[in-house]
Design a protein around this ligand. Structure first.
Ligand code: PFF
Length: 502
């Protein structure tokens, strides 16, 4: 059976950019930048982005495109002991999309209420009380929250109809979902330039705080954000690349994707910090005070700022419409690794049906987050999956690509097919920088989490977070166990003639 293909190279790049640019850029990046003091976060983020996340993106695209299989089969074919790393990525992406879709469901509810600016009187009570109807603690599930549940079902229907025909339907959707939110962000940027106080916001955003860079916590958060925003280390880009032809460019596509994603994050930062500067001006307080809001940024601080502007309904609607269109192409890219893995295993299964079951299953897992304690669970799973699973998968891929398979063999393949040349620096990044830095980050994160229970949640709730790490890692190891007999690397056969045997 021939593998499905993107309709053109441009469509692949749009799909990759669409996956990378998502809620991570406009919601997560600015609140992290705010939390860690603006400029203090920016520098570690940019460094992690260039020396670790982008090399891993190049690696993922090379593996997927070369092996022409989903994550599990691709990595297993390179070395039988590494199939489990692929499985870890697939399960992690699935766990992420289960809650990512819930954040999109909140956006949908806000969009529906935008013209009424329903939160104008008290945005905080509106978010926690009206939208989330949050319970007093994680121990009180408090039953399902009807509107969030309904919105989540609507979001999953949208996701399903974007991906039901695989790369064919994805290719049609990204022609709209990539440019539209960027254009809206541009409109919001222009608007923000006319807000009093915007300059104070920018100053905080751009002033480096050198001392903060000594904190390992800032570096872990920056590295995890760099991976998450580029959609690497979740097997997503590997899956997307497996729908390309084996002789297509890799290096140029990787840099276009990486630089667009970085540019949009930085650009979104300007908009958000301008608005925060305006908020501080209105409330006669400092920007630092306003930015310390964490994940509530997009749903409390930002809506409040929007409600203070002239034409609040219009700009609120634009903002939430932008978040939805930004999120949708990232959400469906997070579902693709699971679909590709199942269709690799069962080529006779109808892919529209597989897509349906995967969406339904992710909706099922997401039900937990539609309870009144949903936000607490979301916070825990996000913390563990993003800080451990992504880092472990990146580590596994770097060891496989850099050491077991051989960075030089892969680089030769990349340069043979690419329009741009990848220098030897890439071998160093994959063989040394990524494994060493990630091992240090993993160790510091582990010691922090073992010493201080994350956000003070009870042990039973944190056990769920640990399970989100241990179960997929365990499944990956278990999968590898049965394959020890055939431990030979396929490096020579695969590296010699990368394209001729297809
Ligand atoms: N890169 C996308 C974003 O930043 O929103 C999608 C994404 C991938 C989100 C992986 C979260 C994640 F863990």
């Amino acid at each position: 059976m021939t593998r499905e293909k993107w309709s053109s190279k441009t469509v692949f790049i749009l799909a990759a950019v669409g996956s990378a640019v998502g809620l991570g850029n406009v919601w997560r990046f600015p609140y992290l930048a705010g939390q860690y003091g603006g400029g203090a976060f920016l520098i570690p983020y940019l460094i992690a982005f260039v020396v670790m996340a982008t090399p891993i993106l190049i690696l993922e695209l090379a593996i997927g495109q070369r092996m022409q299989q989903g994550p599990v089969k691709s990595l297993r074919q390179m070395h039988p002991a590494f199939g489990g790393v692929g499985l870890l990525g697939v399960i992690s992406a699935f766990l992420v999309v289960a809650y990512y879709a819930v954040v999109m469901a909140w956006c949908l509810l806000y969009l529906l209420q935008s013209f009424a600016v329903a939160w104008a009187d008290d945005p905080e009570t509106y978010f926690f009380g009206n939208v989330l109807q949050i319970s007093d603690g994680i121990g009180q599930l408090g039953g399902f929250n009807g509107p969030v549940l309904g919105a989540l079902a609507a979001i999953w229907l949208m996701i399903y109809f974007c991906i039901w025909q695989g790369p064919k339907s994805v290719g049609r959707v990204v022609l709209y979902t990539v440019p539209i939110p960027v254009a809206v962000l541009g409109v919001l940027f222009l608007r923000s330039l006319f807000l009093p106080g915007f300059w104070a916001g920018w100053q905080l955003y751009l002033t480096p705080v050198w001392s903060a860079m000594l904190s390992p916590e800032v570096w872990t958060a920056a590295a995890a954000q760099a991976f998450l925003t580029l959609s690497v280390a979740f097997a997503i880009m590997l899956t997307y690349a497996s729908y390309k032809n084996p002789d297509e460019d890799i290096a140029k596509s990787s840099w276009i994707t990486a630089l667009s994603d970085m540019a949009i994050s930085l650009f979104a930062g300007f908009v958000v910090f301008a608005v925060l500067g305006y908020m501080a001006y209105e409330a006669s307080t400092t920007v630092a005070e306003v930015t310390a809001s964490g994940p509530g940024l997009a749903f409390v601080v930002f809506p409040q700022a929007l409600s203070l502007m002239p034409l609040p309904g219009l700009f609120s609607a634009l903002f939430f419409f932008m978040l939805l269109t930004l999120g949708i192409d990232s959400a469906f890219s997070l579902v693709e690794p699971a679909i590709a893995t199942i269709t690799d295993m069962k080529p006779e299964a109808k892919s529209t049906r597989v897509a349906g079951w995967v969406c339904l299953a992710a909706f099922g897992v997401g039900l937990l987050y539609t309870t009144r304690a949903g936000l607490y669970f979301l916070d825990i799973i996000d913390h563990f999956v993003v800080s451990y699973n992504a880092i472990l998968m990146a580590l596994g891929m770097a060891l496989l690509g850099g050491w077991v398979f051989g960075a030089e063999a892969l680089r030769r393949y990349i340069n043979e097919v690419s329009d741009w040349h990848v220098g030897r620096w890439w071998n160093i990044a994959i063989k040394w920088v990524v494994p060493v830095v990630l091992t240090i980050l993993l160790a510091t994160q582990l010691s922090t989490d073992l010493r201080n229970p994350y956000e003070g949640y009870p042990a039973w709730a944190l056990a769920l977070g640990w399970a989100a790490v241990i179960v997929p890692v365990g499944l990956g190891l278990w999968m590898v166990r049965g394959q020890r007999q055939s431990v030979t690397t396929n490096r020579d056969a695969l590296a010699e003639s990368p394209v001729a045997d297809e």
